[in-house]
Design a protein around this ligand. Sequence first.
Ligand code: FAD
Length: 492
Amino acid sequence: MNRTQILSELKSASDIDILVIGGGASGLGVALDGMSRGFKVAVLEKVDFGKGTSSKATKLLHGGVRYLQNGDVGLVIEALREREFVLTKASHLSRIQKFVIPHYSHWEGWYYWAGLKTYDLLSANRSLGRTSKISKEETLQLLPNLKKKGLKGGIVYTDGQFDDTRLCIDLVSTLNNSGSLVINYCSVDNFIYGSNDKIVGAIATDHQSGESFEVKAKCIVNATGVFAEQTMAIESEDTDIKIVPARGSHVVIDRSFLQSDEAIMIPKTSDGRVLFLVPWKNVVIMGTTDVVSKTLTMEPKATDEEIDFILKNASQYLEKVPTRKDILSTFAGLRPLAAPKKEGRKSKEISRSHKVVQSKADLFSILGGKWTTFRKMGEDTIDAIIDAGKLSKSKSHSEYMDIYNGSTIENGTPIHEALPYSWEELKHYIQNEWVEHAEDLLCRRSRCILLHKEATLEILDQAIELIATHHGYDTAWQANERERFLEVADAY
Ligand SMILES: Cc1cc2nc3c(=O)[nH]c(=O)nc-3n(C[C@H](O)[C@H](O)[C@H](O)COP(=O)(O)OP(=O)(O)OC[C@H]3O[C@@H](n4cnc5c(N)ncnc54)[C@H](O)[C@@H]3O)c2cc1C
């Protein structure tokens, strides 16, 4: 179904069981699980699918080695189970990734080996490969650009990697192909209340036409990530939960700085965090930082300080050192960490586990969590709604569901030598994947901007023309669209 058809069905539907607000990882996880139980589901996304934090992940499918330090064993086991789900059901978008922790003292080597052996044990029969301790020579064979001076050896462990927004889009296709109504550029701005003061529907705006419309549903889920507190406040200012947005920034550089298919995990940066250097498509993603953000924005931006921090810490481990002029792109996301209002903990210390909160008027909010566990977050949300008596009892089948494979055309006319996409692929996305704006096409259906900002700007006009031709838009729209894209590109 195209966007117009989905919109028209949404407006007339009287049988929606679950209305989800937010088309990121959490919202789509809720929708997938609801659909797997036979419920009629609708998802309204204010901007585009994955526009929020879900396009800004480090792209790791992981149990979270670092959460072991906080004793979050349950969280790690759950995530390792979900890692397997994505690797199996979305194998076209994910892969097994080896990580090397280089160590420069023998003591460190044994310390990290012991920690990762625990990770192995928790993985049990879901392990993707055993952790091993390797010599200096073996480490340099795997990572030729690693700093040699003082190197004692490495620890190799295995996790997963994926394409975050492609997973969003393929989830939307899975849902829409099965009768759900998932739409972008529609926001929920208010709620409709029944005679008992419980929410029975929402007032939404279609941002493409500016038109407002109503959607009735048996229950409503707030899956708006860092905006969850704002969405809760539409119903009541009196929320116990505070969202603490913590910015994580990434720097993207050429693969020649890694010269390897293996990733590097730096276990302790100068601020005590973990830093990853991960090969991804034709680049290396380095990240991330963790800085409490004072502003809540849809397009967070890596600060100069964060970029310098990442470059400095990565440089301590590399022979060929990346500098500012080597940066192909940067991107930043806000972690939707949910903390009880009374506590004032640092973002690093707030638990990464998710929680479902039910308001007095029966708005169900799914808070926190991570991409890897999106399906389980969805399952727990629907369970909470069933337990509250809002939906009939029905068993979750989401773990058995295959995710649609929207990967396309292998060969075609390359759009640019620095970008691994063809014009045929871009046309396919425009025709089949609800592309409304250039940013949908170049930031999320393809990952052009994230891979190489300058190259993306070079093909921008042609990409806009393709979208305009498909929708029948005029040259004035194209000029506006160019300005609009340049504003978005500023954050990369
Ligand atoms: C820097 C960084 C790196 C990360 N790396 C990883 C990783 O490697 N692996 C991993 O598993 N996890 C990772 N995570 C965590 C993961 O990315 C997030 O937990 C997840 O993407 C959050 O998804 P979400 O759906 O809750 O939020 P979002 O993706 O932000 O989605 C919320 C959506 O709600 C929409 N919305 C807001 N208000 C409204 C409204 N009124 N009406 C309709 N729609 C609305 C927004 O437009 C947005 O698209 C990372 C997070 C960060 C910040």
